[in-house]
Design a protein around this ligand. Structure first.
Ligand code: SAM
Length: 241
């Protein structure tokens, strides 16, 4: 997907990027490739692949949940790595207030320079683990309208990292490749215990290569019990079952 195809594919969904936004994506692409020489950010560096598998793919949550497009919501991206999915969403919808938390400081340092270079405001970058970031006394607990995560952990683990951050009546969007059904079955109990329920499971495929994707949207229906998330590493070792 070249940049013009990217622009058209989004326009087909009513998302119209300005020349300035297109320039921001070009800058993002260049900084990603340059930054990748110093820090391991991505295995995808070919331009058209970056536009499809990183930029377009990152914006799909705003296609599935159009409320992201029109309001100044607070959005937290857990384990964003090189900024996916939240920074492409932020470029497309600049009114959003974005917070990124990632356990790897080198990636946060890359993002600091990138956000500055792109001239984005209302982006907060935090080096932390989601388990402590969302813990009982954290100011970030249950503080976000929307929480996103892509390629961070299996759903049973991811739910414990992300659902505690979502405010009651907010949403959690988990971006998955094709094998989401088994993960959803395994995570069913965890989702309930953490105070959420699955509202929507959207199967889609990327343009151009038709790669399958599953987007799981959960509603936060009640407060998360204080004991979650457990200590760093515990959700992964012993997922709620
Ligand atoms: N979301 C990005 C994407 O889709 O390209 C990055 C995916 S990368 C495979 C996973 C990222 O999650 C890494 O940057 C890692 O540091 C971060 N991560 C993993 N576990 C985490 C945790 N418990 N708390 C915060 N970040 C975490």
């Amino acid at each position: 997907m070249n940049p013009q195809q990217f622009r058209q594919a989004l326009a087909d969904h009513g998302i119209n990027l300005t020349d300035h936004q297109m320039q921001q994506f070009q800058t993002y692409y260049e900084d990603l490739v340059t930054g990748n020489e110093q820090v391991n950010l991505t295995s995808i560096t070919e331009r058209d692949e970056v536009y499809l598998k990183h930029f377009y793919d990152s914006i799909t949550p705003a296609i599935v949940s159009p409320q992201l497009q029109n309001q100044s919501l607070t959005l937290c991206d857990v384990g964003a790595g090189a900024g996916f999915p939240s920074l492409p969403i932020k470029i497309a919808f600049p009114q959003l207030k974005v917070t990124i938390v990632d356990a790897l400081n080198k990636r946060i340092s890359f993002l600091e320079k990138l956000v500055d270079h792109l001239g984005l405001s209302d982006v907060t970058l935090i080096h932390d683990r989601a388990e402590t970031f969302g813990a009982k006394k954290s100011q970030y607990r249950e503080a976000f309208d929307v929480v996103t995560a892509r390629a961070v952990a299996r759903l049973s683990v991811l739910s414990e990292l992300c659902i505690p951050l979502v405010s009651v009546s907010g949403i959690f969007i988990a971006m998955k490749a094709s094998q989401a059904d088994d993960e959803m079955t395994a995570a069913k109990h965890a989702v309930e215990v953490l105070g959420a329920e699955v509202a929507q499971t959207e199967k889609l495929s990327l343009p151009v290569n038709n790669e399958p994707r599953t987007m799981i949207v959960m509603n936060k229906v009640t407060n998360t019990p204080d004991k979650y998330p457990r200590r760093p590493g515990v959700p992964n070792k012993k997922p709620i079952s």
